[in-house]
Design a protein around this ligand. Structure first.
Ligand SMILES: C[S@@+](CC[C@H](N)C(=O)[O-])C[C@H]1O[C@@H](n2cnc3c(N)ncnc32)[C@H](O)[C@@H]1O
Length: 382
């Protein structure tokens, strides 16, 4: 995933217009029209402005900005449709488009951030460390504007990073970061702990390691040498940090790589994005991937990177099948074309909040979802 580019936009300020940098992790285009908004703005007026594509640059108390944002979101939710009479997969595409348009509109409530990652608003949170972790030095010396929704995400991710996310299967916490997929769903972690390891298993690789969680579970299972790769810089920083905190740097080597680097491994593990589709920026790229590029690229490389008795463990949700975005037969064909055979499959039913979310028109499909760990071997092996 390409790092987000920075672009300048003309912003109206009390003292006249100024050029400020524009930040959007979703790669949203800078808004064409920006007005200043103060706490005296009525929620209906704010909603009307963002619905027409006008951005509102907040000028007052930070907490009041959060309240206006919540009011805008409630109005957007009320307007949303469930497209019940539309067949899958079109229904899914329409719901997704509607959600991304609503996120774009809610993202039109803007906050200005001064050089040094300071927010000059009454009751603004201390955001310097959180913004520093998210954007590094890219924006440190700039004045910029960003959606309040993104700022809220950066702050909440930093809170998680400071607190840590307890992982039962690991026996301790990991420290996620903004923009890196965090294992908030535990069922697939349990599958990695349950699956029978290949008879000889001295070397393993976790492809697309994110926080480093699967590599750390493989080390916990006693594998001496584990490589953890990712192609996203934030994931590499996050995994390196987690591996160091867990004192596993001797066992786990974190590497920047596209899919599987050179070498052969007794075990190759991958939990790729599970829904085919374009991702709008790094936040969505762990879930959406155009045409299952990573899944297919991974399967295409495995046979040449496995030791003769080695195994590949593919972790994959079947939500794409329930949404008619991909068929089960297609997945089996890709496995077969990759000169691999299925030797076992472990299944788990997800348990997460979205399953009971009455406002989610896709809850029915989420309840039907199964996450599987596919144990694959070279089709030529005995
Ligand atoms: C669904 S997340 C899984 C993260 C972690 N393994 C886990 O199970 O929590 C997919 C990960 O794959 C990474 N990724 C996507 N495409 C990749 C590629 N071509 N090469 C390496 N990593 C990739 C993403 O950056 C992301 O961290």
């Amino acid at each position: 995933m390409e790092p987000t580019r920075t672009q300048d936009i003309e912003v109206p300020l009390a003292k006249g217009n100024r050029c400020l940098a524009w930040q959007s992790a979703h790669n949203w285009k800078p808004p064409g029209k920006i007005e200043l908004a103060s706490p005296s703005i009525a929620a209906d007026r704010a909603y009307q402005a963002v619905s027409q594509g006008t951005a509102l640059l907040w000028q007052g108390d930070y907490h009041q900005a959060r309240q206006i944002l919540a009011a805008i979101k409630r109005r957007l939710d009320k307007k949303s449709q469930s497209f019940e009479s539309t067949e899958l997969p079109d229904r899914f595409h329409r719901i997704r488009l509607q959600r991304s348009q609503a996120a774009r509109q809610a993202g039109l409530l803007l906050i200005a951030v001064q050089s040094g990652y300071a927010i000059d608003l009454a009751r603004a949170p201390a955001a310097r460390e959180a913004l520093e972790m998210a954007y590094g030095d890219r924006l440190r010396d700039k004045d910029f504007v960003m959606p309040l929704t993104e700022l809220a995400g950066v702050l909440s991710a930093y809170e998680w990073h400071c607190k840590g996310l307890p992982v039962k299967a690991l026996g301790h916490s990991i420290y996620p970061r903004w923009g890196v997929f965090a294992p908030t769903r535990h069922e697939y972690l349990d599958l990695v702990m349950q699956a029978e390891l290949p008879q000889q298993c001295k070397t393993a690789i976790d492809v697309g390691t994110g926080t480093g969680i699967l590599a750390m579970l493989l080390a916990k299972r006693g594998i001496d040498r584990v490589v953890a790769t990712d192609n996203h810089p934030a994931a590499l920083a996050c995994a390196t940090d987690n591996v160091m905190r867990a004192k596993l740097s001797e066992t786990i080597k974190v590497l920047h790589a596209e899919l599987i680097p050179d070498g052969t491994f007794d075990l190759i593990v991958c939990n790729p994005p599970w829904l085919p589709g374009a991702a709008s920026g790094p936040l969505e790229a762990a879930v959406y991937d155009p045409q299952h590029r990573m899944l297919r690229g991974f399967l295409g490389q495995v046979a040449s990177k496995l030791t003769p008795t080695g195994q590949a463990w593919l972790i994959l949700s079947d939500l794409a099948e329930h949404l008619k975005l991909r068929s089960h037969a297609e997945l089996l064909a890709w496995i077969d074309q990759a000169s691999l055979k299925v030797i076992n499959r472990l299944d788990a039913k997800p348990a997460h909040r979205k399953l009971t979310d009455a406002s989610d028109p896709l809850a029915k499909y989420r309840r039907a979802e199964t996450t599987s760990l596919w144990q694959l071997q070279l089709s030529s092996s005995a």
